[in-house]
Design a protein around this ligand. Structure first.
Ligand code: ADP
Ligand code: MG
Length: 614
């Protein structure tokens, strides 16, 4: 029998504020209340376990654990533990006031935010016990402190007050009974066993104490990451990866380590073998790293643990030096997380380095899936010490195999001053490019940059290993020998009339006409003026913003090509024959760089006419 009538006490103002927030929040994941209650129960077991170190009698032979009970008719859910429990004073202090500065800070932050942002913040930070009021309109807590005979009952409907009274027959530990609100149209029913099983598996699987429902233990209690590396089999690593990611394939690589010292944490990261279908569909890059603090899941998407350009890595980091109720801003500013991020970044990059060194084929698979994500890091200017660029694979004029920059540089001859690269839509187009032929003729290898992001990367990656990286689309006479320069000058003099006639014919469509010593077999090609957009980049813009004419190019003529001499003769005669040939020459030069011809109908007619004459 109760020896004292229930005393009604007011909540501290801030608590009521928090409760109102919980009750009226439109947060889309109210289910996190269970994670909070289970984590508190687990803490209570931890505390008792700690106290029994000095007072073994406290435990009384019980196995520590957590029990869920549902009464579907009464619509109640009970979360009970046989942990340390609370005295009357502790009930009042812990459940009626806000003790933790973390919660207080969280609250003041919430007030600063707009109403729209609040619900999502709640889910990210966790607000502990009070989250119960998102799903329950009345909460009853019965608790008996370990070592005490008397238990107490705390109860509240979140209406500004709560009651506390003595209670008989309370077992050691804490029993929290939620009088559930109606599930609503599409909300989860927390009185349904299958819902509870799913939630425990999802959020609390790795809690160290058994979480029971009826005769079943719902959680596996075995965090793979917390076990020594030597005791985890490849299969267990792979199973956990699949559980975590819902990927059905094995991971490409597993990175598992424990850091000790100033910042203590355990990390278990995976590199997927293939690109998840949603990786590039997101409007914003999303982290796939879960952050646990002392076995409790804080967030599934901790953006503070890896740079966005490593967002393909998935896994878990468990830290011990962080508070449970942490806000995103607090996470961002946290020096521990910064230290962890630095180390994890290094670890992922160095494991990629070893795969590249040890197993080229495996690495190529990774590169196909995630190379363009990695290159975002170069675009962001985060390629310190070439840590990213040394991991890049590029196609080149050399042949089928892709090359690293280091391998390219290794093959450079002593007289090659720069790393040559060309951007374009695909290997086949670049293989046929007269620009490439010009360099290959001289014995130089040209990197083929065929990934859309390469255009942006080129603007950041100006040099590598002390050698300038040069895109070869632009006018460039540096390559020419003195005799070649003389040859060009002689042709320019001999065919001055042709150059003038072409300039007149094309008018504003091109920037200039000149003879060039670079061309190999092609009669002509188009070069960009200094500082102009590269053709491939220009096409990307044109596609995204509607068709735009190509910017003015320089038409470079091959002094040694028979066609040029023919054209010179026609220029002298004037008339349609010259205009037609000039347009054909320009059209094929555009096609060769992968650009469309301005008037396809006329171009194809010119070709047909030409075929008829042949
Ligand atoms: P936090 O867990 O971050 O401290 P909570 O709001 O979740 O914040 O809980 C407030 C306090 O209430 C806890 O610190 C703990 O002292 C007490 N408490 C909550 N649940 C239990 C429980 N099941 N057993 C013992 N103490 C509890
Ligand atoms: Mg808590």
């Amino acid at each position: 029998m109760t020896t004292e009538s229930a005393q009604s006490l007011p909540f501290e103002t801030e608590v009521q504020e928090l409760l109102d927030l919980m009750i009226h929040s439109l947060y889309s994941h109210p289910e996190i209340f269970l994670r909070e209650l289970i984590s508190n129960a687990s803490d209570a077991c931890d505390k008792l376990r700690f106290e029994t170190l000095t007072d073994a009698a406290l435990l009384g032979g019980d196995e520590l654990g957590i029990t869920l009970e549902v009464d579907a008719d009464a619509r109640t859910l009970t979360v009970a533990d046989n942990g340390v429990g609370m005295t009357r004073e502790e009930l009042v202090k812990n459940l009626g006031t806000i003790a933790g500065s973390g919660t207080r800070r969280f609250l003041s932050e919430l007030k600063e935010r707009g109403a729209d942002e609040r619900p999502e913040l709640i889910g990210q930070f966790g607000v502990g016990f009070y989250a119960s009021f998102m799903v329950a309109d009345r909460v009853v807590v019965e608790s008996r402190r370990a070592g005490e005979d008397l238990g107490h009952r705390w109860a509240s409907s979140a209406d500004g007050t709560y009651t506390v009274e003595e209670a008989d027959g309370v077992a050691r530990g804490t029993r929290i009974t939620l009088h559930l609100k109606d599930a609503g149209e599409d909300g989860d029913d927390f009185a349904a066993e299958h819902v509870l099983r799913g939630l425990v598996k999802r959020y609390s699987d790795f809690v160290e104490y058994p979480i029971r429902l009826g005769d079943d233990t719902l959680n596996s209690m075995k965090p793979v990451w917390a076990r020594p590396k030597s005791e985890v089999t490849d299969e267990e690593y792979a199973d956990f990866y699949k559980h975590l990611t819902h990927d059905f394939r094995d991971p490409l690589e597993t990175i598992h380590f424990k850091a000790e010292g100033a910042t203590e944490y355990t990390a278990l990261l995976y590199l997927p073998a293939e690109r998840p279908f949603d990786l590039f569909r997101e409007r914003e890059p999303r982290s796939r790293i879960s952050l646990y603090v002392k076995r409790v899941l804080i967030t599934n998407e901790c953006a503070e643990l890896l740079p966005t350009w490593l967002r393909f890595a998935q896994g878990v980091v468990e830290a011990s030096d962080l508070p449970l109720n942490v806000s995103r801003e607090i996470l961002q500013a946290n020096p521990h997380l910064r230290a962890i991020k630095k180390r994890l970044t290094k670890k992922v990059l160095s494991s990629l380095e070893s795969i590249l060194a040890d197993d080229r084929e495996r690495y190529a698979g990774f590169w196909d899936a995630f190379g363009s994500v990695l290159k975002e890091g170069i675009c962001l200017g985060e390629d310190d010490d070439a840590r990213i660029s040394k991991l890049c694979l590029f196609a080149s004029s050399r042949g089928e195999d892709r090359t690293t920059l280091a391998e390219y540089v290794e093959r450079m001859s002593a007289d090659q001053k720069a790393i040559y690269a060309i951007t374009g839509p695909d290997r086949a187009t670049l293989d046929a490019s007269p620009h490439v032929a010009a360099y290959v003729k001289r014995g130089f290898e040209v990197l083929y940059l065929v990934d859309p992001i390469d255009e942006w990367m080129l603007d950041q990656l100006r040099e590598w290993d002390g050698k300038p990286l040069r895109a070869i689309h632009a006018v460039d006479d540096e390559l020419l020998s003195d005799s070649e320069k003389e040859r060009v000058a002689a042709a320019a003099e001999e065919h001055a009339a042709l150059v003038t006639a072409l300039k007149e014919h094309f008018g504003d469509a091109i920037a200039d006409v000149r003879f060039s010593g670079r061309l190999a077999d092609a009669p002509a090609m188009l070069a960009t003026t200094d500082g102009a957009l590269r053709p491939h980049m220009e096409r990307a813009f044109a596609e995204s913003q509607g068709m735009a004419p190509p910017s003015q190019r320089v038409l470079e003529l091959n002094p040694d090509h028979a066609l040029v001499a023919r054209l010179a003769d026609l220029a002298g005669a004037g008339g349609d024959a010259f205009a037609d040939r000039a347009d054909l020459l320009y059209g094929q030069a555009l096609l060769a760089e992968g650009s469309p011809v301005p008037d396809p109908a006329r171009f194809s007619k010119l070709i047909v006419d030409l075929l008829g004459k042949a």
